[in-house]
Write a protein that binds this ligand. Structure first.
Ligand code: SF4
Length: 197
């Protein structure tokens, strides 16, 4: 059974740690600036058995169980193979991180050591009738609560120029839940630009 699109490893994805990154195919958004469209549109190509051997091989090489693995994509949480891969990681004591757009919550709780939640207002080519702003903000607020329990969390905000009418609204609804000064500054910049135009 083919479960993921690809793997990578290095120091970029888990703060301060060498980690393996797993790329799940598919996404529930299609951002105009997406740099991973081949993953978003791609099909899984790596067999589950091959992935298991690859990951366990790292434990052998490093002679320890605490290998860091970041789930990315695409959007990992919408993959039909997400739970299967996470179960394997948990059973084998890997330390799990994730990159997500926050619109779908995983069923399991308190398993992520690190989460980067990238808030992305849908691009024009994602018609707002597919997801209205109320349910969009509601999902993000639930995600912020959920991932706040992770020891390391980073909430990124990506401003999409082609959907400006959503930006101020989304940020006014979720902005008070955020404590990252860079984000607040970005909001202020945006609102400043908006007032000037
Ligand atoms: S949420 Fe991320 S992976 Fe999905 S389309 Fe947007 S940038 Fe690409």
């Amino acid at each position: 059974m083919k479960v993921i699109y690809g793997v990578d490893n290095g120091f970029l994805d888990f703060p301060g740690q060498y980690s393996i990154t797993l790329f799940f195919s598919g996404c529930n958004l299609r951002c105009s600036y997406c740099y991973n469209l081949e993953v978003v549109d791609g099909e899984p190509v790596i067999e589950f058995e091959s992935l298991q051997s690859y990951l366990l091989g790292f434990q052998d090489v490093f002679k320890k169980k605490s290998i860091y693995v970041t789930l990315s994509g695409g959007e990992p949480t919408i993959s039909p193979y997400f739970n299967m891969v996470v179960d394997f990681l948990k059973q084998n004591k890997f330390i799990i991180g994730m990159h997500t757009n926050g619109l779908v919550l995983p069923k399991m709780k308190n398993i992520f050591k690190s989460v980067i939640l990238s808030v992305k207002t849908p691009s024009d080519n994602i018609p707002s009738k597919l997801i209205d702003i109320d349910s969009y903000c509601d999902r993000l607020l639930k995600s912020i609560d959920y991932y706040n329990k992770s020891p390391y969390k980073e909430l990124r905000y990506v401003n999409i120029l082609d959907q400006k009418e959503w930006v101020g609204d989304v940020l006014s609804r979720i902005g008070d839940r955020l404590d990252q000064s860079w984000l607040v500054k970005k909001v202020e910049n945006f609102l400043g630009e908006k007032n000037e135009s």
